[in-house]
Design a protein around this ligand. Structure first.
Ligand SMILES: Cc1ncc(COP(=O)(O)O)c(C=O)c1O
Length: 410
């Protein structure tokens, strides 16, 4: 089993489903705080700070918990900037990595005072030309990528992200010609990295190119720290990674002002294991070769299995503790045959009405959810010690449709 058994109690999740209904994401606050602390202690004593990649889970209650643990925010849209500012009003703790940013978004970001991280030469030029701008960070494409799937490998040479290495020295002179400063250098090689040594190598590349930027105050090595989704998979060896990273950082820090800082910006690391999606089986269907468990959720609530072929462990909470010897495929309720959440899973004999937990769903779960098929979003529940609170109320089908009609002006 994954971290699920260490974090969640099956009987309690069953009570929560009974009280708040399904589908519902359930998060454990202490598990999120523990991940924050693991990270802080692994890098203790180093000139390192952390940002939370808001895209992983942007529920404001989760953002607040992570803010209380001392993390800034890594944001990737102006909407995320606005959200972050509501919770962490100090704009200097919000890092905005733009991606095809519009002029209007740039204008608003400059006004907000957040740190803008620019990923293309033309956008850098328009930023420098803006009378209100003075300093920014730039994103390097290191030519080294990684990630749990090709779709989230962002650092390879051909990826759409970052500025080519050979253009970095030109960025410095361009900024100087406008009397402005590039104060940060960033990369993000990908999400859910498979080989930590790739990130260590990319860190070396970033430091190599930092020499072209005389005004730097920080270097940001991005996120990507993975969690083990499969039963029996080795967890990410954070302490070994931190030791390797320390060598790279200390070597560079020797030549820096003492106020210089190095950042990491993980998302998944903080919230993935701390969340489950509870769903009820309402249809058991034997199609001859495949037995489907049809659920009251689907890829509109948890996209990762469909988008990335991602594996999430599934537990039948109604039969918890029983051995699993039946093969099931777990299907969502979206009208597409591709809406499969898990294939060929060994579970105990499962009946209609049974409660399933889709594990390790706290990152890139709810934040990627949609109203496809005009379905309602799931509720979100936060476990804090002995209590549980609703951190996103469940909207009825009627409200969902009313909202749709109102938004379309119908
Ligand atoms: C720029 C940037 N930083 C950080 C992250 C966080 O990645 P992860 O959740 O794998 O740590 C992402 C995710 O794709 C990202 O695009």
């Amino acid at each position: 089993m994954t971290a699920f058994n260490k974090i969640f109690d099956a009987a309690r999740l069953t009570r929560i489903a009974g009280k708040f209904g399904t589908p519902a994401y359930v998060y454990d606050e202490q598990a999120i705080r523990n991940q924050c602390n693991n990270l802080k202690s692994a890098f203790e004593g180093m000139p390192v700070r952390f940002l939370y990649a808001v895209k992983a889970n942007d529920n404001p209650h989760i953002l607040k918990i992570i803010h209380e643990e001392g993390m800034g925010y890594d944001t990737v849209s102006y909407e995320e900037v606005l959200l972050g500012l509501r919770i962490k009003p100090d704009p200097r703790q919000i890092f905005y990595t733009e991606n095809n940013m519009t002029d209007q978004e740039m204008e608003a970001a400059i006004r907000s005072g957040v740190i803008l991280n620019i990923g293309s030469l033309t956008r850098l030029k328009s930023f420098l030309e803006h009378p209100g701008s003075h300093e920014c960070s730039i994103r390097l494409n290191p030519g080294i990528g990684d990630g749990h799937h090709d779709k989230v490998d962002t650092g390879n040479r051909d990826s759409k992200f970052g500025i080519r290495k050979d253009l970095i020295s030109g960025c410095a002179s361009m900024a100087a010609s406008y009397g402005k400063k590039i104060v940060g250098l960033h990369l993000h090689i990908g999400s859910g990295i498979r080989k930590p040594e790739n990130l260590i190598s990319a860190m070396g590349v970033l430091i190599e190119y930092a020499q072209y930027l005389p005004d730097l105050r920080f270097i940001n090595f991005g996120g990507g720290m993975p969690i083990p989704y499969r039963e029996g998979a080795e967890p990410f060896d954070l302490s070994t990674f931190a030791k390797l990273a320390e060598k790279v950082i200390r070597n560079d820090y020797r030549n820096r002002d003492s106020s210089f800082r190095y950042y990491f910006e993980p998302g998944r690391w903080f919230t993935a294991q701390a969340g489950v999606l509870l769903t009820r089986v309402n249809t058991v269907k034997d199609q001859g070769n495949v037995t489907y468990l049809g659920t009251d959720t689907g890829f509109h609530h948890i996209l990762r299995p469909v988008l990335y072929d991602a594996y999430h462990a599934v537990v039948n909470l109604s039969r918890h503790g029983e051995t699993g010897d039946k093969l099931y495929t777990i299907a969502g309720n979206i009208c597409e045959s591709g809406d499969i959440l898990a294939t060929d899973r060994k579970l105990p004999e499962t009946s209609e009405g049974d409660l399933l937990a889709i594990c390790d769903a706290g990152a890139y779960g709810m934040s990627m959810a949609s109203h496809y098929n005009r379905r309602a979003l799931p509720a979100e529940i936060l476990i804090t010690g002995g209590s549980e609170s609703v951190i996103r109320r469940r909207m009825s089908a009627e409200e969902t449709v009313d909202r749709h009609l109102a938004d379309t002006g119908f």
